[in-house]
Design a protein around this ligand. Sequence first.
Ligand code: G6P
Length: 362
Amino acid sequence: EAAQKGGYDTFMLKEIYEQPEAIRETLRGRVEKEKIHLEDLEKLDLEKINRVYFVACGTAWHAGIYANSLFQKWIDVPSICVAASEFRYSDPHIDDKTLCVYISQSGETADTLAALKMSKEKGAQTISIVNVLGSSISRASDVTLYTCAGPEIAVASTKAFTTQLALVTLLILKMAELRHTTVDCKAELLEGLKRMPEVVSEMLDKHELMKQYAAFLKNQEDAYFIGRQLDYVSVLEGALKLKEVSYVHADAYFAGELKHGAIALIEKDTVVIAMATQPEVAAKTISNIEETMARGANVILITTKDQPAPKFKYVIRIPDVHPLLAVIPVTILLQLFAYYAAVEKGRDVDKPRNLAKSVTVE
Ligand code: G6P
């Protein structure tokens, strides 16, 4: 096992560090200048689609929320992201004009597979984004697009997630193209994705800093992750990762919703991890976070290079990336944060209690 860990203490850390390569592999052969090669999609009739569901569990569900946000931004067809365990019981409207997109690292998650089978019975067209070759979900869908993250051993998902984010970005851009919708920032996004392995490496270089910040949780039992818009995807994933591996109770909130409840829980030294990378709302998020600081919170702010944040002591600035791609570098930081929090607390990082890598019961 030590050999398999390739010199790292744990599989989780190894997999966190494999992300530049995993993303590069996932993009390989799929992006050529402004052209996206996902030819398999031509098997589908996307022009007739009038409703789209993104369906997944856990971390993959967060990738679904991201995919749905991009889809809504660019494509004028109603869409929603639903947790697979809820999907079948939510009376989804499915017929042959419905597209269902399933996201799964293992390709074996029982709820996701059952949702896929149900949607096929009702005539939906189906796409799956899967990491494990030949898995049940990949075999059952009309089109499978593989993330090329390589085997993910640690229970907590890391490289599968960031490769899902990269691949769904390509998928939604391609869908826009097939539906003759122009996405103004397409060239910039494709360029940004190609550069992403370097950006991720830059984030990995911040490991010492994340270790130092994770130590803020030493005597804390709770942490609050906050952000708006696409930052909310990183917020959800950062909170989940922290819970999974460190057992610190972590909540994810929209920054603007804090004042409707959670702010009552903020007291001296409460750890707040705040994301403000989305230009339209960053200033508002920052003012929400200042509210928590006024109540004594210990705030770590993740933001962009040029966002003014004079009142913050602990600020991490991500490299210049298109705001729609910021979730990838932010996630890397939050993975490191969760990892070091777990190590600090002496947890079994690769095999957290009560969790399974692939959940094959509903
Ligand atoms: C389990 C794993 C999570 C994963 C989820 C969905 O809960 O511990 O890391 O996100 O299942 O798994 P999938 O293989 O469908 O992505």
